[in-house]
Design a protein. Sequence first.
Length: 304
Amino acid sequence: MNTEGIVFSGINNIYLVFADNKEWECRIKGKVLKEVKGEYNPIAVGDQVTIEINPHMENHALIISRLERRNSFVRWNKKRRAPQTVAANIDLLVAVVSPESPPFRPRFVDRVLVAAWEQFPVLIVLNKSDQKIDPSTMERLEDFDRLGYPFHLCSAKTGEGVEELRRIVSGKTVAFVGQSGVGKSSILNRMHPGLKLRVGEVSAKYNRGRHTTNSAVMIPVDDWTLIDTPGIREIEVHEVDVADLPYAFPDFQPFARDCAFQPCMHDKEPECAVREAVGKVIHPDRYESYLRILADLRYRLKGW
Ligand SMILES: Nc1nc2c(ncn2[C@@H]2O[C@H](COP(=O)(O)OP(=O)(O)OP(=O)(O)O)[C@@H](O)[C@H]2O)c(=O)[nH]1
Ligand SMILES: [Mg+2]
Ligand SMILES: [Zn+2]
């Protein structure tokens, strides 16, 4: 017998799928893998799947197909040289950052925004608002807001901003992503104290997390569904064509039409209006992010 369900978690090729009002322990039936060859993980948390129920083993089933994804947050897994889907079919992506431990990394946010581009909205959450927030951090957050990417301050420690965050996520499926140690699991625990997600100290020596959450997990709570994900050290953008990359930077758009060369990659072309706006209207960090992502994509196209 076949039925449809949603993938709640997956570790070592064993997936927990919620279907027909209960959880099934699933493995992938061989042929599914063929359809999605070349991916690091064929099945991700949030995927809708068809499962074949094993009549002889209670609560066991096989995943026989993956339904088409509405969207997916994908990063390029450098080590495995393959795209890795962090979460699928989400309504909102929360990009968590922290002010000083770990340090604020606006370029990380830039990459998240490109990966999310034209797929789902992103909310930037600055957690640990109880820590000292540098004026330059606030300046960057306000710049993101100006570009149409809102931010929200909260503290899992003091509870500041947590209630409002609960209102924002209501009715949605929301994935929390960010570097290790920024407090993704802590925020979720603070929002729903019964969750008891594991949290870990930030290393004093390296000022970064210890990769406490080791695999993504989807959990329905009250009126929304959360996805907690493992910390990501760096994001390499995957699903964007080189030629489309400039469009993922809304701050470039008002200038792009005035570039002498059309289309312009705003890189080496002379009389580039985007480049001329850098440091005036476009934040230099944003342009630097753009160049780095562009270089990554071009490098990958050339092979390795
Ligand atoms: N001061 C302060 N510390 C916090 C806050 N939120 C979390 N922490 C601390 O930050 C550390 C990391 O928290 P986690 O929730 O494990 O971070 P994470 O983002 O889930 O990390 P990974 O699972 O490794 O990706 C813990 O020591 C938390 O107690 C906060 O709002 N303020
Ligand atoms: Mg965690
Ligand atoms: Zn240009």
